[in-house]
Design a protein around this ligand. Sequence first.
Ligand code: SAM
Ligand code: SF4
Length: 377
Amino acid sequence: MLRISSPRTPLPLKLFKASAIDTQNTLRVRTNSAIEPLPCAPEAIRAARRMMDSHGRTILDLRISITDRCNFRCVYCMEPDVQFQPPEALLSPEEIARLAKVAGSLGVRKIRITGGEPTLHPKLEEIIAGIRQTPDIEIAMITNGSLLTREKLARWKRAGLDRITISIDSVRSDRFSKVTRSTTTPDDVLSGIEMCIAEGLTPLKLNAVLVRDVNDDEAVQLTGLARRFGLEMRFIEYMPLDSAHAWDATKVVSARETREAIEAIFPLTPTNTDDPHSTARTYRFTDGSPGHIGFIAPVSEPFCGQCSRLRLTADGNVRPCLFSTKEWSVMHLLRGGASDNEIADFLIDVTWTKLAGHNISAPTFVQPQRPMSAVGG
Ligand code: SAM
Ligand code: SF4
């Protein structure tokens, strides 16, 4: 029987139906078979009205996936035959705005709009404007940069978008189409970069994932973009979050290996100015060139101890960690008549369930069922 093990006000039982992906890692969202009660955070934690976990970390950063759809099929992310959710299963702009407001009241200071490919969403402008209603929030968005125009960027900026991150995994046309399995070219993305800079959606960052024997020889060329545009180029280690479940450790190009390849041409100096909650360790060019390089090393040098992030999936589940095998459905609260206060309690309780860290490198590691594109990278 479903039970909330707390003397405090339990949330209505119906709200917890279809609440979780179970510990056997079976995706059971939207069925009634995987009902699991969400444990309550201690009274003092709930009373503080902050999202704090049982390992002393506080949530400041919410990543919201607004769609699971994408016009790319990056080899490390999404298989060509991936199934997308029907639109009615996704959070509406109003629901996203409401969750942003509740999260803001609990101390969230940064919201990153992600996907899937967020620029495919027909109501992106409305979503940005809705999130903007929450005071004192930085709004960032990550995109593959294929669908940008000056006009769209200007509208998103007017709606409240502060800055953008663009993913680019190759500057070679043949390679780019192999990695993304799209008809977009590197030049399309480069002109998107120029447009973001011209519109002032800065500081602009670029992301690349290097995969062994795919694009692992491009670290230096991609570094050239940081120097050319005076921006931060970040290298993210390939994580076991691909829909093909084809990840294995031999395909990971470690941050250290990437840094050594870059330093053979462009010596780097640590900036030593990174926010402790930041995922990236950043370096400047020793020769004084503009631009920075960031390394995000969740596989070889996990940074879970400083994690300040919570994720919201496009279909309304809160995910305590990228590698969680459990998600908790806030959609059922939103569509079940819950008050803002109940939603806030729910977010506090989910945060309390955050594990100390992931165990990617352990033999017992189980890859989450849902890929990065579904959970909001
Ligand atoms: N479509 C947008 C894009 O590509 O920028 C936003 C969503 S995408 C899931 C967000 C980020 O996750 C991208 O920078 C992408 O490179 C990264 N990503 C996707 N799958 C990954 C994986 N298996 N390992 C590491 N990073 C991954
Ligand atoms: Fe699409 Fe981004 Fe995934 Fe590439 S990484 S398939 S662009 S969601």
